[in-house]
Ligand binder design. Structure first.
Ligand code: AMP
Length: 116
């Protein structure tokens, strides 16, 4: 895994702006700049984990915290019962473009499956 940071490090440190909708000690949630649904939020760990392949026993707690953050946020905005989709893209075939893991939270419309 490369040591170089990504734009998401600068969002965590507030060096560049983002529309932050959720924050706790482990996780930041902010609106995606290119939304694919009426509600499209990215949940990221406050440490850099480049890809899903880099999740291990040392950083696993952050992934659990992301899931809890999603649950809290979905409930807070009243979309928990309507439903939503969470997606984590990995590397080339997954079309990952930012190498700091992020969970896409998509909600607010009927989502298609399979995604294609
Ligand atoms: P992925 O293709 O899974 O790596 O998704 C990266 C996501 O980050 C895309 O949906 C982008 O629209 C989003 N993104 C990139 N830069 C920013 C930014 N500065 N603020 C918010 N979202 C961003």
């Amino acid at each position: 895994m490369s040591e170089a940071g990504t734009i998401f490090d600068k969002i965590i440190s507030k060096e560049i702006p983002a529309e932050i909708v959720y924050e706790d000690d482990y996780v930041l949630g902010f609106k995606d700049i290119n939304p694919q649904a009426p509600i499209h939020v990215l949940f990221i760990p406050k440490i850099r984990i480049a890809t899903h392949n880099d999740i291990d026993v040392e950083n696993l707690d952050y992934v659990g915290k992301i899931h809890l953050a999603v649950n809290n946020y979905a409930k807070q905005i009243g979309e928990d019962e309507n439903g939503y989709r969470i997606v984590m893209n990995c590397n080339g075939n997954g079309q990952q473009t930012v190498f700091h893991i992020h969970m896409h939270f998509l909600a607010g419309r009927q989502l298609n499956w399979p995604p294609g």
